[in-house]
Design a protein around this ligand. Structure first.
Ligand code: F6P
Length: 307
């Protein structure tokens, strides 16, 4: 998010605009907690995770009254347009604000879940996958030394993107994601086959949103039908922090830059994205109503690669 913020601020200043950083997301709009940013305000932030202007989940902004207060502060400060970096929750809020008060608004896709329609990748996804991979590589050492099976749960809300990319990249023996039905008996049969051919360890990556009951349920099932020693590891919030990857810094820089151009072209109620290397604008409502494709053939590929 910092890389996107830097790009937005520097591009807007380049074209002579005044730009405010709103603190704590929509909470800052409601509480009039914002400050003008200059080129120096965003110096050297590109290499840091998180966001220097901070963010928050804002229950108040879910209400028309909260959005009315936010709009009054926007008017008071003569703000003409909003650029919101976030996921579907942030975009829902922006869409409502635009409908109710006619403010101009553009979304920039920032979520580790990569679940927004209208862009191949969202800011943060690549870094999260790399962090999860680093953890899996380390866990693999224990798994191999002790001949254990590890079930590793990764984030992603209701999307299996992080699990799929992490699983393939980490050589996971199986990947369980919400987008695909799970056949647990197939999973333990494959584990036993792997062991019979001399495998010393196995890893199953499970998406937090999968539907069989999470890592604990998968562990219980496998322990019932095999004699594997099973350990569960839930990676959690380490996936949301740390220095952003080169890919994410480039993506965020490009999207932030393009978001300012979208504002200057008087676009509104749209998300800026990149699809097949080209910059796209997608109506905000489509980013959550249309389903982003996740290529399930990668699961079959992984079955072969990890056999
Ligand atoms: O939507 C992004 C995400 O990181 C999900 O992958 C995860 O389930 C959730 O946010 C965690 O949110 P919080 O930090 O509020 O618990």
């Amino acid at each position: 998010m910092n890389a996107a913020l830097r790009a937005i601020v520097r591009t807007a200043l380049n074209f002579g605009h005044t730009i405010y950083g709103i603190k704590h997301g929509y909470e800052g709009l409601i509480n009039d907690d914002m400050e003008p940013l200059n080129a120096g305000s965003v110096s050297n932030i590109i290499k840091y995770g998180g966001t220097v202007i901070q963010t928050a989940r804002s229950p108040a902004f879910l209400t028309p009254e909260g959005r009315q207060k936010a709009y009054e502060n926007i008017k008071k400060r003569n703000i003409s347009s909003l650029i919101v970096i976030g996921g579907d929750g942030s975009f829902h809020g922006l869409h409502e604000l635009i409908l109710e008060h006619g403010i101009q608004g553009i979304g920039v896709p920032g979520t580790i879940d990569n679940d927004l329609y209208g862009t191949d990748f969202t800011i943060g996804f690549d870094t999260a996958v790399n962090t999860a991979l680093d953890a899996i590589d380390k866990i693999r050492d224990t798994a191999t030394s002790h001949s254990r099976l590890f079930i590793i749960e990764v984030m992603g809300h209701t999307s299996g993107y992080i699990a799929l990319y992490t699983g393939v990249g980490g050589g996971a023996e199986d990947i369980i994601i919400p987008e695909s039905p799970v056949d647990l008996s197939k999973i333990w049969a494959r584990l036993n086959m792997g062991r019979a051919r001399g495998k010393k360890s196995s890893i199953i990556v499970v998406a937090e949103g999968e539907r069989t009951g999470g890592a604990a349920a998968v562990k219980a099932h496998i322990e019932k039908y095999s004699d594997w020693e099973v350990k569960v590891s839930i990676l959690g919030h380490i996936q949301r922090g740390g220095a952003p990857s080169a890919f994410d810094r480039f993506l965020a820089s490009r999207l932030g830059y393009e978001a300012v151009f979208a504002v200057m072209r008087n676009e509104t109620d749209k998300m800026v994205g990149i699809v097949d290397k080209a910059v796209t604008l997608t109506p905000l409502a489509e980013t959550w109503t249309k389903k982003k494709d996740l290529d399930l053939s990668y699961l079959a590929m992984n079955d072969i690669l990890s056999s």
